[in-house]
Design a protein around this ligand. Sequence first.
Ligand code: NAG
Ligand code: NAG
Length: 224
Amino acid sequence: MRIATTLFATLALVASTVIAAPENKHGHKNNGPIVINKKVLKTSSVPFIPHTGTALFTNWVGLNVDYKYIQPIFQKVNTTASLGNGTLISRGESHITIITPPEYDTILSKVGMTIHELNALATKNNRLQRAHFDIECLGRVQTVTQPDNVFQQSVQLIVKNYKDIVAYRTDVFKLFVKKGGNPALFAAENFQPHITLGFKNRDLFVEDGIFKGKNACIHKVQLK
Ligand SMILES: *[C@@H]1O[C@H](CO)[C@@H](O)[C@H](O)[C@H]1NC(C)=O
Ligand SMILES: *[C@@H]1O[C@H](CO)[C@@H](O)[C@H](O)[C@H]1NC(C)=O
């Protein structure tokens, strides 16, 4: 009972500190959509990069996205006052996270699934890099993180139409259950694919109480 109350209070705190992205009064809608080279969707021509390690947070599965199409978008966002305003840090690479480090560390690895198995599933016939997807919009999430009480913002491209990616996660789910995993703990469709452009201070995650879905859209994009 006390645990439940504490958990609820924590969730309420997170909820109350999530700040809605403010409407832009200067109307950057008038500046038109952000144009992205449509070749960014052709991820089959860039290599799959395995992310493996021995420490927590070092094992995860990503779909590699060619940074040469993302870097100009980062520059535009970072240099636009109403978007990044020169405050953003970039990782200098781009990807869509498909299996998050916490999913691996706290759920999948617990039944003996290895990162090598997940990578093997991803690379069979170059399946993950060949996955089709599309881009919904430019997204931004902002919140004051706890317990440090620091304002953070993270800007990303929100991904849509990603059935192939869900199919990969469904196979991960099946393997998890086959190995004795509790089906309640992993949902193939419960993730929010996006391509991080940059962030202030640190990136934000679902564990911070934010959601990088259509809800986070702040600007239109156009693929050309
Ligand atoms: C952008 O950054 C400048 C310099 O840090 C600051 O003075 C200004 O208020 C910021 N503008 C917006 C729209 O955040
Ligand atoms: C973002 O813009 C600021 C201000 O122009 C610049 O100092 C900073 O280096 C830029 N960030 C990156 C990663 O290029």
